[in-house]
Design a protein around this ligand. Structure first.
Ligand code: UGA
Length: 441
């Protein structure tokens, strides 16, 4: 089957590559010439484990190609996926749908035969209907359907998430479209992946509800971790204790410096806006948005506590700048709030991140930050070591070496990757989240 994907961002590129791997004949379309040229040469614009090899393999086996011309690209496609960005509009937090609508116009102008147009971009409820109306208005006689097929992959494990999803959600009511989409996802039947067919509006809402629920779960455990610090309880045990209840589940109960990335912050905000538009109550998600923003602003307090409020002039090493490991994505990362605050307090920052360094340098562009390309050299003569993102290589540090390099053995661990008792035995003044020090004395 021939399918095309418009937009080669995270979702478009991973979906296109994985569908090619499933045996489809895929054309990826993007108006960024340089990106398309690079992709045709196997050069990937993002860091995602395994993606580069899979793109190269499918180019060699001629199942995927990358083009800039939409009209040529969608020719003879039975399914056309829209996977362009839907960033938050700066003025009001609504999802900016201008790219989606522009693509719908272009599809309407060049589509000649039946195809199902599939929204994979995260779009607010009702967008599928608008896309349908745009195409219908421009191309009255065309036979087509518009479906919603939200994507649930995570950065850093995107390929596995696409190839082995918990479920596939398809929003459409036309049998013709259902048949094509069932055919596309047929390889997943072997894995007995549940495929949920629903109304288009329902599918659109499932995506926002899923992301907002996960963001709520994280915010809940973050707030519980604050309470743990006050009452002398251990949040790690609380997570296990509640997570073992099958109705709650143990995933997404790790406290940290606040969620970031290109999805949770944008999608929670957009869902709140949709609720406002429809005069519906969504106080929980509204609170989640505020609580997470505040958490990121307050992260500095833990570092202040670690240096007895004598923060001015301190040299601070930060390990991990991206919003999570296994990505080079800096969008809405807690580091974007924490580092400027530390600089304002007169600190000097020594920073290292395995993949995010280049984009971080461009974003901060500040000579009060020294950049390092390796973990240990970033620690020399620092007053405090901070772990902000839990990259694997920070999980088993050589603490003898760390101690010999730091000026003072202070470790602030925003991801709770170390054991407080062990760290104390190694001679560190160790600070983590929701695990008060006195519990481990
Ligand atoms: C998220 C969803 O998990 C995907 O299902 C969805 O497809 C994607 O958004 C999207 O809408 O495109 P992603 O943003 O890649 O995926 O990353 P997550 O692994 O969900 O992590 C998001 C944030 O939550 C990170 O900042 C992470 O550090 C934080 N987090 C996650 C916690 O603080 N605690 C946890 O227990 C889990």
């Amino acid at each position: 089957m021939k399918i095309s994907i418009i937009g080669t961002g995270y979702v478009g590129l991973v979906s296109g590559t994985c569908l090619a791997e499933f045996g489809m004949n895929v054309t990826c379309i993007d108006n960024d010439r340089e990106k398309i040229q690079n992709l045709n040469n196997g050069i990937i614009p993002i860091y995602e484990p395994g993606l580069e090899d899979l793109v190269k393999k499918n180019i060699n086996e001629k199942r995927i190609k990358f083009v800039t011309n939409l009209s040529d690209g969608i020719k003879n496609s039975e399914a056309i996926f829209i996977a362009v960005g839907t960033p938050s509009r700066i003025k009001d937090g609504h999802a900016d749908l201008s790219y989606v609508f522009k693509v719908a116009e272009e599809i309407a102008e060049c589509l000649k035969d039946y195809a199902v147009v599939v929204n994979k971009s995260t779009v607010p409820v009702g967008t599928g209907r608008k896309v349908f109306d745009i195409i219908k208005k421009k191309n009255k006689d065309l036979e087509f359907d518009v479906a919603s097929n939200p994507e649930f992959l995570r950065e850093g494990s995107a390929i596995n998430d696409f190839m082995r999803p918990d479920r596939v959600v398809i929003g459409c009511e036309s049998n013709r479209a259902k048949k094509i989409l069932s055919e596309i996802y047929r390889p997943l039947y072997l894995l007995e992946t549940p495929i949920l067919f629903a109304k288009r509006e329902t599918a659109e809402l499932i995506k926002y509800a899923a992301n907002s629920f996960l963001a709520t779960k994280i915010t809940f455990i973050n707030e519980i971790s604050d309470l743990c610090e006050k009452v002398g309880a251990n949040v790690s045990d609380v997570s296990i204790g509640i997570g073992l209840d099958g109705r709650i589940g143990k995933k997404f109960l790790h406290p940290g410096p606040g969620y970031g990335g290109s999805c949770f912050p944008k999608d929670t905000l957009a869902l709140v806006k949709t609720a406002h538009d429809y005069k519906s109550q969504l106080g929980i998600v509204e609170h989640v948005v505020k609580s997470n923003d505040l958490r990121k602003k307050n992260n500095i307090n833990l570092i202040k506590r670690a240096c007895f409020n004598q923060i001015k002039g301190k040299k601070i090493t930060i390990l991990g700048l991206t919003f999570k490991p296994n990505t080079d994505d800096m969008r809405d990362s807690p580091s974007l709030i924490l580092i400027p605050k530390l600089l304002d307090e007169g600190c000097h920052i020594c920073a290292y991140d395995p993949e995010g360094l280049e984009s971080a340098k461009k974003i901060f562009n500040d000579n009060r930050i020294s950049w390092f390309t390796e973990t240990y050299s970033a620690m020399v003569d620092s007053d405090i070591l901070v772990i902000l993102t839990e990259w694997n290589q920070f999980r088993a540090l050589d603490f003898k070496k760390v101690k010999s390099l730091l000026k003072t053995p202070i470790l602030v661990d925003f991801r709770n990757i170390y054991d407080p008792k062990e760290m104390r035995e190694k001679g560190f003044n160790y600070f983590s989240i929701g695990r008060p020090k006195e519990l481990f004395l």
